[in-house]
Design a protein around this ligand. Structure first.
Ligand SMILES: [Zn+2]
Length: 118
């Protein structure tokens, strides 16, 4: 297991909001806590887990095989627009060379490079 317990929370943290009330939150003791409704969401390996039922959590961090490869159009979009933010629903486990800093990787499985789990 090579997960980094000190991993910084998602670089997109400032964009994250509570899925219940859409308000900003803060981090405390490995939880994302909504500033308004106080709902708590666990943070695992730096990734906020936005689900109600922990039985729905699927840990795929050990998976090293790339999944869901980006089409060339998406790669071009990410490279040519480095300041644009791209949201990738169902990001899977991209190839290492496709871990662009301007793509927020959201997935229902927690892969090594998932930014947000929902
Ligand atoms: Zn809330």
């Amino acid at each position: 297991m090579s997960h980094n317990p000190e991993k910084v929370i998602s670089p997109f943290f400032d964009l994250l909001v509570c899925p219940k009330c859409l308000e900003k939150g803060y981090v405390s003791n490995n939880f994302f806590i909504c500033s308004v409704c106080n709902q708590k969401f666990k943070i695992i390996d730096g990734v906020p887990i936005f689900i109600d039922n922990s039985r729905e959590y699927v840990d795929k961090r050990e998976n090293t095989n790339p999944t869901n490869p980006y089409p060339q159009k998406v790669i071009d979009l990410a490279v040519k627009n480095p300041n644009a933010l791209i949201l990738d629903f169902g990001a899977g486990c991209p190839r290492k060379e496709h871990l662009f800093n301007n793509i927020l990787r959201l997935d229902a499985f927690h892969y090594q490079n998932t930014c947000c789990f929902n």
